[in-house]
Each structure stands twice: as structure tokens, then as C-alpha cells.
Design a protein around this ligand. Structure first.
Ligand code: PMP
Length: 400
């Protein structure tokens, strides 16, 4: 009965790793994955995560019963506090409904399904470009996906005028997807001043902000600084949605730990929202997994473990920032034509190099360097050892 099926293409991002794995070259380099690597090119499990896991294992009172539909209660409270801030008026007024979901993707999907069912406006504006999964997540949930201008290839920076025009002409009530920080794939974020203008425009047009926070703490090394955009919106009394992921900032990729928070106008509305979120979640996966959320809750509620986490997080962010500088210096020392200052200006895990798909294909073929065809490279996949190889490849690609 499945004979008619055609082979589906590989996922454009995960497919890069599939191709990389098939390459026997000893100098091959995978800059496609959005996962942190050490200087030695190895995946990293944070010490504080190992410590939390040990504590969980040693605690014989712990069982493997189902969690409630909304997940682990401590985890939800601590997650809302982490993103909105300990002093958030919305939390103090019990106006936030938080549910544990399957990492960032699952949180976006639950939020999207909820909006498709219960929100009057079905149009969502996503930045152009954005993470490749966004249009699929929102489209399949039943929302109608439109884009707003975000990136300006000429300046390799923000197209702020275009963004304001496009959101300014969006229909009243439309949903707007915003990357909380470290925009993927461009690494280009609005300044705080620009965020404030975006906030005023969104509120004046009664648009509904939906934040995707996949990199809190990973961008600047500071958890509060990276949450500033979200907090500006949560503070003004209006509604917003936030999808949080612990994949990057705690290195819990495969544990699939995340949360969806919906900031409402009153405690009463928030509790009705939560009751409806349960109806969204129950037929999808019934309830979320317990292990990863227990790790996060253990770390977030203990002062010294929290402190240890922030130190390890900062070290990851700083290694990435140092890779930016090293790559920039390597291109400058080779005299590679072009202005490469965007490498040090952009924020977060990725650099949007400006290399085109032909140059990317050349670098893969001749230098065994793997990345998405839009020229996005994961700075986290680089090390001092591999920077010269990448710089040689970029130099060859642009001077060919
Ligand atoms: N949003 C953005 C912008 C991302 O870059 C990612 C991960 N690449 C995600 C969401 C979701 O990640 P996860 O589901 O692993 O938390």
C-alpha cells in the first residue's frame, strides 16, 4: 500500500550531518549542526548537569510515574522565572501559564496549535530569513504563514526600516514571531532601542508577539541580558507567548526539555488558558518526559548549582565569541577580499557568512567543509585548530 511513495528529501539542516558522516576525509569539518562542541570538537555535557543527574540517581525516593499533562510543576515555575525575571510583575500577579513541552520545537508547536484553535487571527509573520522549521511548525498547526523583512544582505545587518514597514502593514491582531536573541540563521539582533520601537509598534497595532527563546545565555553569556527583549514585552501588561529551549544553554539537546509560557492579562484568564493547553497536549503526546525537566529543576532551584551553570554557560558563549575573532583575524591575515566585520558583529551560535550556495558547494567539495547552503556556519563547531582550514576554504571560494 505504500508503493506509490516517493523518497522525501533530507531535512536541509539535519541533512548536512548525514552528508558529513558519509565523507571519509580526515580533514572534514561539520559546521552545519547547531550544537556546541569543545575545542577538541567533542559534544559537551556540563559538569553541573552530570552533578544533577547523579543526585537524581542517588535519590531512591524518585520514581518513574507519569508527569501531569502540563509537566513538572517546579520546572514550569522556574522556567517562567528564568525568562521573565524573578521580579516579573506578570509572575507575581499569577498571569503566566507555563507548560513543559518537548524542547523549543515542541513548545512552538503547542503554542501554534493553541493559537490556531483559540485565537481569532490565524496569520503569523515570521522573519525573512528564519530557522527553517518555523514555517513548517506554524503552517502544519493551521496558521497562515507570512514573512516580514529582517535581514539586509547589503549591510549584513538588520533591515529595520523594512521590518517596521512590514509589521506596520500587518493586519491588526496578527501574530509576530520574534527570536528573543541570537537570531538564527543571521546572528543579527535588534538593539535595545530598536526593540523598544518594535514593542511600541506591536502594541499600537495589537499584534500578538510570540518569542522563540532558543539561546538564552548562549548569546552574550548573560541570562538576563539575553532575555531583555522578552521582558520588555512581558512588563508592559500586554499578552505574549514564549517558547523556551534548554537544548543549547544546558546542553540538553536530546533530552528535549522546553517550556511554553503564555503571559495573560489576568490570573483568571491564565488559568483558563492552561486548561485549554491541556486539551491541546493530551492527544499529541499525553504528558512530557520526566528526566530532563528534573535535571533543569534541580539546577535552577539550587543557588550553588545555578551559579555553577552560569559559569559554564559563560565559558561556552565566550569560546564562540573567541572563534568569531579568530576567524575574522585569519581572513584578514590572508587578505581575503571583502568586509568580514559581520563575523565579529553577529551574535550567537551562527555566522551568516554571505557565501552563496555555489561557494558553499565548492567548499564542501574541495575542503570537506559542511554547512547549510545559505552560507550559515556554526561557530560552535569551530576550534583554534580548524579555523585556518575554514579561512583557507573561504579565501579560495571568494577568490576563485
Ligand atoms: N528555535 C530556533 C531559532 C532554533 O535555532 C532551534 C534549534 N536549532 C529551535 C527553535 C528548537 O530547538 P529544540 O527543539 O532542539 O529546542
Amino acid at each position: 500500500v505504500f508503493d506509490h511513495l516517493v523518497r522525501a528529501p533530507e531535512d536541509p539542516i539535519l541533512g548536512v550531518t548525514v552528508a558529513y558522516n558519509k565523507d571519509p576525509s580526515p580533514v572534514k569539518l561539520n559546521l552545519g549542526v547547531g550544537a556546541y562542541r569543545t575545542e577538541e570538537g567533542k559534544p559537551l555535557v556540563l559538569n553541573v548537569v552530570r552533578r544533577a543527574e547523579q543526585m537524581l540517581v542517588n535519590d531512591s525516593s524518585r520514581v518513574k510515574e507519569y508527569l501531569p499533562i502540563v509537566g513538572l510543576s517546579d520546572f514550569n515555575k522556574l522556567s517562567a522565572k528564568l525568562i521573565l525575571g524573578a521580579d516579573s510583575p506578570a509572575i507575581q500577579e499569577n498571569r503566566v501559564s507555563t507548560v513543559q513541552c518537548l524542547s523549543g520545537t515542541g513548545s512552538l508547536r503547542v503554542g501554534a496549535e493553541f493559537l490556531a484553535r483559540h485565537y481569532h487571527q490565524h496569520t503569523i509573520y515570521i522573519p525573512q530569513p528564519t530557522w527553517g522549521n518555523h514555517p513548517k511548525v506554524f503552517g502544519l498547526a493551521g496558521l497562515s504563514v507570512k514573512t516580514y523583512r529582517y535581514y539586509d544582505p547589503a549591510t549584513r545587518g538588520l533591515n529595520f526600516q523594512g521590518l517596521l514597514e512590514d509589521l506596520g502593514s500587518a493586519p491588526s491582531g496578527a501574530i509576530v514571531l520574534l527570536h528573543a536573541c541570537a537570531h538564527n540563521p543571521t546572528g543579527v539582533d535588534p538593539t535595545i532601542h530598536q526593540w523598544e520601537q518594535i514593542r511600541q509598534l506591536i502594541r499600537s497595532k495589537a499584534l500578538l508577539p510570540f518569542f522563540d527563546s532558543a539561546y538564552q545565555g548562549f548569546a552574550s553569556g548573560n541570562l538576563d541580558a539575553d532575555a531583555e527583549s522578552v521582558r520588555m514585552f512581558a512588563k508592559d501588561g500586554g499578552e505574549c507567548l514564549v517558547a523556551q529551549s534548554y537544548a543549547k544553554n544546558m546542553g540538553l539537546y536530546g533530552e528535549r526539555v522546553g517550556a511554553l509560557s503564555i503571559v495573560c492579562r489576568s490570573a483568571d484568564v491564565a488559568s483558563r488558558v492552561e486548561s485549554q493547553l491541556k486539551l491541546v497536549i493530551r492527544p499529541m503526546y499525553s504528558n512530557p518526559p520526566i528526566h530532563g525537566a528534573s535535571i533543569v529543576a534541580t539546577i535552577l532551584k539550587d543557588r550553588s548549582m545555578y551559579q555553577e551553570w552560569t559559569i559554564e554557560l559563560k565559558a561556552m558563549a565566550e569560546r564562540i565569541i573567541s572563534m568569531r575573532q579568530q576567524l575574522f583575524d585569519a581572513l584578514r591575515s590572508r587578505g581575503t577580499p571583502g568586509d568580514w566585520s559581520h563575523i565579529i558583529k553577529q551574535i550567537g551560535m551562527f555566522t551568516f557568512t554571505g557565501l552563496n550556495s555555489k561557494q558553499v558547494a565548492f567548499m564542501t567539495k574541495e575542503y570537506h567543509i559542511y554547512m547549510t547552503s545559505d552560507g550559515r556556519i556554526s561557530m560552535a563547531g569551530l576550534s583554534s585548530r580548524t579555523v585556518p582550514h575554514l579561512a583557507d576554504a573561504i579565501h579560495a571560494a571568494v577568490t576563485r
